[in-house]
Write a protein that binds this ligand. Sequence first.
Ligand code: GLU
Length: 506
Amino acid sequence: MVRVRFAPSPTGPLHIGGLRTALFNFLFARKNNGKFILRIEDTDQLRYVPGAEEYIIEALRWVGLDYDEGPDVGGHYGPYRQSERINLYRKYAEELVEKGWAYYAFDTPEELEAMRLRLREAKSPVQLYNHLTRDGMKNSFTMSQQEVKARIEAGEPYVIRFNMPADRQIIVHDIIRGEVKVNSNTLDDKVLFKSDGFPTYHLANIVDDHLMEISHVIRGEEWLPSLPLHVLLYEAFGWEAPQFAHLPLILKPNGKGKLSKRDGDQMGFPVFPLDWTDPKTGEKTRGYREWGYLPEAVINILAMLGWNPGTDQEIFTLEELIDQFSLERVQKSGAKFDPDKARWFNQQHLRRKSNEELAKMFLPILQSHGIDVDMGYLLKVIDLMKDRVEFVEEFWSKGYFFFKPPQDYDAKGLKKAWKEQTPQIMRDLKDKIAQIKNFTAENIEKELKEWVEEKELSFSKVFTPLRLLIQGTTSGPHLFEMLELIGKDEIIKRIEAGLQNIEKKK
Ligand code: GLU
């Protein structure tokens, strides 16, 4: 039975890297008829950020990653919030002490710092609490059992540390990376249980993965260094370890280092799924949703960051991804984030939507601009503009002239296309347009082109200024379709008003 979990810590908004981890877990679960679980790892009181858990849940819902078990949906393996399981972990830490795999330590922060300083002064390449140094510290190795007991009973603060064996060649298997070998001498005696009575991530994570019968741990590459410890913890408890898969990092667009919020701020793209307001500083960051990305596009963008189907197919629905996903096709090397490609994915998914769906999404934007419009007309505008936009909002920013006259005339366009003889040509053109009886795109095109030829003018001399008068800019949707849609009377009005406005400015 495949059981996988997404186990975020509520320490801030979910980064898209976290959302990708959730996605790959979800895909793996659905593909293998398994269960996808959400577990909130909130044992680090210092890093807890209010609102972060709600944010994570909302983000998962928005992109459609429904989980089978989780804090707000329940399940047989709950509770799914580690802070609600807090009484459970101590006994596991103590079990390891009894087995000799862990020990009590009483060192104060000052004593720990003094140890590191000593090692630095002795030019030791690493400053670790381990088999070489633990004998010089205050712990179960250097104190009698009675003393340890007396100190604990007296309420002295202590931690429980893992007794990392010396000289062990630890070999772990990762589905994506193959065999990973680590010598235990490079590892330290990690704290498993803290003086505040809370487990550390390592202990809680292993205990919960075991109790929740997790079959595969799929998580970010940043957890790979913890893997040897985790594997030894399974050995220490005598539990069967799950299988592991560490996903590649998501890199900056230039490939140099991990993608960060700052990259997004600097280059103008989101790195969080939803808007986020930092509860401490009040700083607001825009999310994919509010930016206008479609959830299905976000899924597609994330899927292609580190996974590929082995074919040319790039556009996927969630269903298609479930069908084709496998961990074997996840790459080892980092995946560069490409902001242009991200927009392209949005455009592709937008084009797959019906005109009716797009109209429904666009209506609130129109209303916010005070526009009340006939559905038939709106659908035609959508149809004409659909291939020219990447985001729904652009139906307005690139096509507002379908709903009201241009507010301004593009200065560059005017400079290039507005010549001395242009006003006269436009006046003649207006008269010509007024005479067109059958005002369909096809017929407008035929009659206007004939007219241009008769007058021995060029298309660009006539049609570029015309576009400027009708829409304020020099490029846009199919000209004659647009003229038909806006309608003869309005076109004539705009030519007249535009001529006045432009000449006034000169
Ligand atoms: N709580 C860890 C995190 O925030 C989970 C790591 C894991 O999946 O083991 O990423």
